[in-house]
Design a protein around this ligand. Sequence first.
Ligand code: VG1
Ligand code: CO
Length: 544
Amino acid sequence: MNVNEVSTRPFEGQKPGTSGLRKKVAVFRQPHYLENFVQAWFDSLDGHAGATLVLGGDGRFYNRTAAQTILRMAAANGVGRVLVGQGALLSTPAASCVIRKHRAFGGFVLSASHNPGGPDGDFGIKYNIGNGGPAPEKYTQAAFDRTTTLDRYLIVDEPDVDLDRLGETRLGDMTVEVVDPVADYAELMEALFDFEALRKLFRSGFRICFDAMHAITGPYAQAILEDRLGAPAGSVINGVPLEDFGGGHPDPNLKHAHELVEIMFGDDAPAFGAASDGDGDRNMVLGDRFFVTPSDSLAVLAANATLIPGYRKGLNGVARSMPTSGAVDRVAGELGLPCFETPTGWKFFGNLMDAGKATFCGEESFGTSSDHVREKDGLWAVLAWLNLLAERPGQSVADLVRAHWQRFGRNYYSRHDYEGLDSDAANDLMAHLRATVPGLEGMNLDGYKVRTGDDFAYTDPVDGSESLSQGVRVIFEDGSRIVYRLSGTGTEGATLRVYIERFEPNASKHGIETQDALADLIAIARGLAEIERRTGRADPTVIT
Ligand code: VG1
Ligand code: CO
């Protein structure tokens, strides 16, 4: 095996964000850029020599090139075996599944998730540890520290591996096994959900529309929903993964999944609609002319979990990210389940799930999953909803959600994103909030009395690690909240996220349009942060 030691110099800014390192493709294509980052991982990890790694990505532009580079570097760094998805494909939840099932040491997932792809789009890479989940902060910090001093990387001088043919090959002293990207994942889904009940549901004429948005979930949805469960042909739309996602923005929300939204809000809509994102970990759930907020989705699934075979015994607990609405907290309260509040990003759920403290976890950003893997899982959420609907014949998605509100109350909830802001202006705005919000305690803002104002800090209940400055919160006496934070996944300027929530126990007031129900708080949120004056933006770019 011919190992080359290539000399290099550190690149600035290789610090992983909320979910790995995300940059423009042009940045990743600079000579040595990807190699440096990957070498920093090998240098900071302990125990990968001779071990098994998993590799795959969402199929976006540069996915294949990056996969070949990582394979050559893995061989040079002494990795024993790499399981790689055919075509260098693996959805994020499938990568997590494969790592766990094959007891791999860890894995690299190539994805920039919901960010646009193509030569002018974004690329990304994240490292997952042996539990199948995103590397916690102590690992990402160590890898980042290493990027700042790196002066060489190791790579073998070997031809490309044929990643389209299933089976084993050698690359230097390392074994490369090309695996079916769908098989292990589909088998896991079959173990959790009542596939027979789902087949019966489709035989009864139940119609769905699943929008894969030309991203990675297409082959998974096709294999599971249409081939195994018998959903009518054509139930999966935009099912062929494309390197640029067909020019779209593979983010399953009401703005970007507009084709699905038109179908579900049009005449003769199917009973159920769903979409997933670039790497398959997000989901949006819709009923016939009805949108389910991700926070409500988590709460409804938690309240009804025992209807699903894999969760018949009940949940150990639930967890949500801090900005996610408190809808699931109410379910936990009533069912007597522990409920955890973590910072934004799936990596914070891993310890809770490993310790058996949380079974269902969710984020307001269209992420829901359980401890079957250690990532959020779009198709899992879709199958969970379908399983509930199969157990509640005659009830629509809207019926289920309205009944849920009636029982637990409704958390009106919305997120307002201000994208592409000047970074300095956005940082100043956050600094202003950090300085002023603690002083608001006890004050009355347009009829809302402030209970607390702080910057969210988290101490992991399992390993005691601390994460500071995870979002500025203004919490009112009636439980309403405004949360501000800057995105850690963008690649251009800064994105300010403002999360607004109000609880409404009274069922006769559950029919208000969300933005109207939150109008007072939205005005307070804009005023407190001086958004227009500081950013020049009168309105958000995306409302979810
Ligand atoms: C966003 C979401 C966060 C999610 C993260 C990764 O992060 O808010 O909830 O975990 O994306 O999701 P941020 O820092 O931009 O707010 V994915 O599907 O992009 O891996
Ligand atoms: Co994603």
